[in-house]
Design a protein around this ligand. Sequence first.
Ligand code: ATP
Ligand code: MG
Length: 364
Amino acid sequence: MQLIKLSLYNFRNFKNIKIEPNNLFNIFYGDNAEGKTNILESISLLGSLKSFRSARNNELVKIGEKKAVIKGVSLNNQVSDEISLSIDKDRKTARLNGKIVSQPENYLDCLRPVVFSPEEVSVTKGGPSGRRRLIDRAVFQSTPIFLKIFKQYERQLKQRNMLLKERKSELEIIPWTDSLIDTGSKIRFARKNYIESISSDFFDCYKLISGSRENIKILYQNRYDCLDDIKKAFREELLKNREQEIKYGITLCGPHRDDIFFYLNDKSLREFGSQGQQRSFILALKTAQVINLEKEYGEPPLLLLDDLLGELDQQRQDFFFQFLFRMQGQIFITTTDIKPLEKSGINRASYFNVKDGVLHIRQN
Ligand code: ATP
Ligand code: MG
């Protein structure tokens, strides 16, 4: 899994740039606000059709321009594909080998980028939506078909909320309740299975990163293991909330409201975790996600590491570099200071100096 060409037209602060990334380390360095994160964002968008910055379309297009285009060539098992994403105010259009992508599952197999960004560390402290997004993105990458199910759920939820708001009769709402239970239970099932599938790697990574014996856990609100039990519990929950739903005109329970709890030594990470423990937790989670993808597809995903060094102390950096060297995948790193990277033993890296929307390449 590799990105062998990348070009940006009118994307963020870039007018027109083209690069041919190395198959291992690609390091983007430069001062603040020069566009380093923008480059990682473009790769994340190209590979996953989503920005890790939750940006609106018009923020992605260069100020004063109408349309941005991100183009790339991916390489998987010696087969190359041309992928592109054009963005204008109203829509994003993805193309795979020139054809507009209507079903994104195949397209999402081309790069599978996993992002580690400082914003994600704050997910441990924030509200449940950030944690749901973190896990859901990991679920899509591991099983792209789930994207369809999530989208279906969003549509059903919107429709059901509309009927509740319009105070329609129970008879009209029942079919939407049934389909919401069906789809929503599959989402809960997928999240629970995913969390369980990475839990042992997650645990091991945390131990290595933090060098401690702390006991960590991720617990999902839904505790049921089998799909039928999940469905039954969801139906009961909806029934319990019925009066409130009618009062407020909105669906008050379901996977769109669930929380995912992070624990450290059986205490809430959110309330009791130090900054360092929270960073280690997210880093371990991301590392476990990478290991999981590698096991599933037989090759490592693309890793996008935004300002990682600013986030980690020496011990965590050492662990992470050992992991990266072992992984042998393609990695994109941004930093304001390249010295620690040059000293970390990285060889075969391409260094790109980012300045005023222009890239200057230096091969190592
Ligand atoms: P830091 O080291 O502080 O993280 P960075 O190099 O990662 O900085 P980015 O976040 O990639 O910086 O880029 C920020 C720059 O991009 C800012 O100068 C901002 O004004 C510019 N920028 C963002 N969106 C657009 C846009 N739509 N059009 C033009 N410029 C933009
Ligand atoms: Mg940045």
